[in-house]
Design a protein around this ligand. Structure first.
Ligand SMILES: NC(=O)c1ccc[n+]([C@@H]2O[C@H](COP(=O)([O-])OP(=O)(O)OC[C@H]3O[C@@H](n4cnc5c(N)ncnc54)[C@H](OP(=O)(O)O)[C@@H]3O)[C@@H](O)[C@H]2O)c1
Length: 331
């Protein structure tokens, strides 16, 4: 099968198309024929070994010290169940699905645990739209629902509101009844408003530290604020949730809020079946909409990475995996 393969860390050029063996589903697993797969900031960090703030060694220990252990990247995907392993009753061949796999989705076929972050694809959305959901929507759900435990009427600042995670954070914060302020730049402020933000701030013309409002929760998806800067924008028991943090933030978070004052919580998202099913349900109910920036053919993976690494994507960047497969089938 076609896959986008890499065996050393580096720039987009370390990834190239290759024919690799097709995986087979084992007990409790499903084989998915991938139609569309996201290219995310996580794929970029794993490919380049670009882990922020002193976490390089921890990252390398996780992914492979001298070279990547997993050779095919890609977390977000949407496609169709092609086969199921023993003991799987949750899915059948032909089921349209989407989910998050951490690795392996930049290929025509992918094996997933049937009980993993996988759900039936909601009707009425395309595979590309479905592949635009998992990374950002599962993360926003976990941070805002489970970590912040957002309540109606709370004031939330979403930094990076038009990005991969931000577009879902704005929608979910509104869904939980919060008053939402979204931070992005000029051209994207309209999108952030359309997603439901009550207020928008252009970080290119406004210094966030100078904002007069005080927030109950700051969800910084870009690493624009330090905890010291965030404290000045938070109410007395406000919560700072940064998606990017450094090793030096670990003790700061541990001791924050112990004697009162704002808290910082650091967390790494885990992707679950419950999140996939919840997001599918929200989309089916019309309460959450996928935000798809651009779709690239598989052979333009370099351009897709450049788009993502520029840090100005509007929602998700997706690869059309199905198109490459179909072209081959025709040839
Ligand atoms: N801890 C975890 O579990 C976890 C989970 C998921 C992701 N992450 C990390 O979280 C980050 C979020 O990823 P993402 O994919 O959402 O990022 P992204 O798509 O690259 O975010 C782009 C957004 O950031 C805005 N932006 C760019 N520069 C900015 C600046 N200087 N100040 C304020 N806003 C700025 C952009 O606005 P404009 O385009 O309008 O300029 C856009 O809204 C990644 O680094 C990822 O590794 C961590």
């Amino acid at each position: 099968m076609h896959a986008l393969y890499y065996d050393r860390y580096g720039g987009p050029d370390v990834v190239s198309p290759r024919e690799i063996a097709m995986p087979e589903p084992g007990t409790g697993e499903v084989l998915v024929r991938v139609a569309a797969a996201g290219v995310t900031t996580a794929d970029w960090r794993l490919r380049a070994s670009a882990f922020p703030g002193g976490l390089w060694l921890a990252g390398r220990l996780m992914t492979g010290l001298f070279g990547p252990r997993k050779r095919v990247l890609g977390g977000d995907f949407a496609g169709t169940v092609a086969a199921v392993g023993k003991g799987v009753s949750r899915f059948r061949p032909g089921d349209p699905v989407f989910g998050f796999s951490r690795y392996g989705a930049h290929a025509e076929y992918l094996v997933m645990p049937a009980e993993g972050a996988l759900a039936r694809r909601p009707e009425g959305i395309t595979p590309a739209q479905a592949a635009a959901l998992p990374f950002g929507a599962f993360c926003a759900l976990e941070f805002l629902r489970d970590k912040a435990r957002l309540r109606p009427g709370q004031r939330v600042l979403v930094v990076g509101a038009s990005g991969g995670v931000g577009v879902y954070a704005v929608q979910m914060a509104k869904m939980f009844g919060a008053e939402v302020t979204g931070v992005a730049s000029g051209d994207n402020l309209g999108l952030v408003r359309d997603l439901g933000a009550d207020h928008v701030v252009d970080y290119r013309t406004t210094d966030l530290a100078g904002l007069s409002q005080r927030f109950d929760v700051i969800f910084d998806t870009v690493g624009a604020l330090s905890f010291a800067a965030a404290k000045g924008l938070l109410g007395p028991r406000g919560l700072f949730l940064p998606l990017n943090f450094s090793a030096a933030d670990l003790p700061r978070a541990l001791f924050s809020g112990r004697k009162g004052g704002p808290r910082m919580v650091l967390h790494v998202s885990g992707d679950t079946r419950e999140q996939a099913e919840t997001v599918a349900g929200l989309v089916a109910a019309g309460r959450l909409k996928p935000v798809l920036d651009e779709v690239y053919p598989m052979d333009r993976i370099g351009a897709a990475y450049a788009h993502v690494e520029g840090r100005h994507r509007r929602g998700a960047v997706v690869l059309d995996i199905g198109r490459a497969a179909d072209r081959d089938a025709v040839a």
